[in-house]
Ligand binder design. Structure first.
Ligand SMILES: Cc1cc2nc3c(=O)[nH]c(=O)nc-3n(C[C@H](O)[C@H](O)[C@H](O)COP(=O)(O)OP(=O)(O)OC[C@H]3O[C@@H](n4cnc5c(N)ncnc54)[C@H](O)[C@@H]3O)c2cc1C
Ligand SMILES: NC(=O)c1ccc[n+]([C@@H]2O[C@H](COP(=O)([O-])OP(=O)(O)OC[C@H]3O[C@@H](n4cnc5c(N)ncnc54)[C@H](O)[C@@H]3O)[C@@H](O)[C@H]2O)c1
Length: 484
């Protein structure tokens, strides 16, 4: 294989961030190369992340609907889930999504190298990258600017006995054709909760073991409490405030021991399988970052400025390698930002494109779903941001009551003096869709008064946002009325 050996822009990794950057750079007429080491091209979101997990979760959602059929005067019986059929449906859809992406990666707008890249050094104008391809001699390419978009891998903490006992990860769940009867899920983040929802939703017994005092560490406590209550009502056991001390095999089963961090007493949980969902680590260990003075924190996460520049000004980072939140829409925006800034630098200009993290979205596809945008109450308190908030519950809203979906609430957070929207949260039916209304309002710098006067069709789930908006509009008016 022969390659042009100097490029304007070299991209390490062809996932959501890398592909977005390559597409943008090519449209800006940069001579671009994308290097990816995966056996199968497509990236995490398509192959082992968003899309396969949401495909499986749809089966669980349908089963929950069947379970609640009697509420709607219907007779239907939830039968046994056919895990092979669920897996095959996932494979069919993912093959389609992946082959479309593979075509996009190979349609000639930029060069594609199937190999593992690492840094070899740099001078004023040029960065050297070593490319390793199995069964071939390594070679070097050079580039004027580089983007690191190498993604993340499942993080396996050093818990005594865990590796020896064996465990599953989200990767295993997403491609298995059989599922044991019971699972202990370690962790209380998005992956743990989505997997717990899927497993219980298709009839498995689930126990969640979370270190923090609440599920979804860092999120507002009212959201964490609502999902915990909803999970418990479905028969999912939730242990919080735990310190896992030991994992061991007992015959065909697996036993986990943890210390209750409040009482100090030990507890045991037994199940057929253990699912580890304790976070992901950036793929940076093999990149030889130090040869180019690229700084990363202790976990290997690369430090990136709002321009996506790393500590080496001609090297950018995007996606799970740099955060601040490992989700796809940010990975794409960061990749595009990096490509546009690289083009400016190559043209001798200062990079001027920056990320706007004001509106970052986060959605969790549980039942009920959870979604947040912008500032949370917790963050506002931690950062001393003046704010007011108002919530409205789904059990007092006509459309959600008609739908029999009464768990949860919506919440708006606003500036007390101007009424400008600062953030929003929703836990309840279609939360990952409903969040887009306040997200757009936030993006357009709207205030709560504008939300009140916006048109809201009746009866819809969406109109629920108008109630907290009215409360906040009244609160802003009374806070800003001069007192005699
Ligand atoms: C189970 C699960 C569910 C998720 N659900 C959602 C969701 O619903 N919504 C959402 O927004 N996010 C979700 N995420 C997160 C989302 O998938 C990631 O944030 C996103 O895919 C990261 O994209 P990326 O481009 O940074 O990395 P990736 O897509 O992982 O791409 C990195 C690429 O770099 C390549 N690579 C690595 N090292 C090298 C090297 N040295 N040289 C060359 N190539 C290299 C890899 O082969 C890979 O193709 C989920 C994640 C998981 C695990
Ligand atoms: N719907 C979505 O958008 C979605 C879905 C899944 C994943 N993701 C992304 O994937 C990434 C990984 O998700 P995740 O849920 O694995 O990670 P996470 O970091 O959100 O959660 C990991 C949890 O494990 C706990 N933990 C870590 N080490 C532990 C230990 N030794 N003992 C006990 N508890 C421990 C942490 O306190 C945390 O609550 C996230 O950053 C998320 O952004 C997004």
């Amino acid at each position: 294989m022969s390659h042009t050996n100097h490029y304007d822009f070299a991209i390490l990794g062809g996932g959501s961030a890398g592909y977005a950057a390559a597409r943008t750079a090519a449209s800006l007429k940069l001579r671009t190369v994308l290097i990816d080491s995966a056996a199968e091209l497509g990236g995490l979101c398509i192959l082992r992340g968003c899309m396969p997990s949401k495909t499986l979760i749809e089966s669980a959602n349908r089963n929950l609907t069947i379970r609640h059929a009697a509420t709607f005067g219907l007779r239907a019986q939830s039968g046994e889930a056919d895990i092979r059929a669920i897996r095959d449906r996932k494979r069919f859809l993912i093959d389609d999504f992946a082959s479309y992406r593979q075509q996009q990666l190979q349609d000639g707008r930029f060069d594609l190298i199937r190999g593992q890249a690492s840094f070899e050094g740099s001078d004023e104008q040029t960065i050297k990258l070593q490319i390793d391809i199995p069964d071939q001699d390594a070679f070097v390419i050079t580039a004027g600017t580089v983007l690191i978009a190498t993604g993340s891998s499942v993080q396996i903490p050093d818990i005594p006995g865990l590796k020896e006992t064996g465990f599953w990860t989200s990767d295993t769940i997403l491609d298995t054709d059989h599922l044991p009867e019971s699972f202990t899920v370690l962790g209380g983040g998005a992956i743990a909760l989505e997997m717990a929802h899927y497993l219980e939703g298709i009839g498995r017994k689930v126990t969640i073991v979370q270190r923090n005092e609440q599920l979804l560490r860092g999120m507002d406590a009212d959201i964490a409490e609502t999902i915990e209550t909803a999970f418990k009502a479905r028969g999912i056991t939730v242990h919080t405030n735990t310190q896992i001390t030991q994992v061991e095999r007992i015959g065909n089963r697996k036993k986990l021991t943890y210390l209750d961090q409040v009482t100090g007493s030990p507890h045991e949980v037994e199940s057929d399988e253990i699912l580890v969902a304790l976070g992901r680590s950036p793929n940076t260990a093999k990149l030889n970052l130090s040869t180019c003075g690229i700084e990363a924190n202790r976990n290997g996460q690369i430090k990136a400025a709002p321009t996506q520049q790393t500590s080496h000004p001609r090297v950018f980072a995007a996606g799970d390698v740099c955060g601040p939140l490992e989700v796809v829409h940010l990975a794409i925006q960061q990749g595009e930002t990096a490509a546009k800034n690289a083009a400016q630098m190559l043209a001798g200009k200062a990079p001027s494109h920056t990320m706007d993290y004001r509106c970052q979205l986060y959605g969790i596809f549980t039942e009920p779903q959870i979604a947040v945008v912008g500032l949370s109450e917790t963050e506002a308190r931690e950062k001393n941001v003046p704010h007011i908030s108002a919530s409205y519950p789904f059990d007092d809203h006509g459309k959600s009551m008609v739908m029999g979906e009464t768990q949860g609430f919506v919440k708006l957070i606003a500036d007390p003096s101007t009424g400008k929207l600062l953030g929003a949260a929703v836990i309840g039916p279609e939360a990952t869709e409903l969040i887009h209304q306040p997200a757009i309002a936030l993006h357009l710098n709207a205030d709560v008064g504008q939300l009140v006067t916006a048109p809201w069709y009746h009866p819809t789930l969406s109109e629920i946002w108008s109630y907290p908006a009215e409360d906040l509009q009244d609160a802003v008016a009374s806070l800003n009325t001069p007192q005699d």
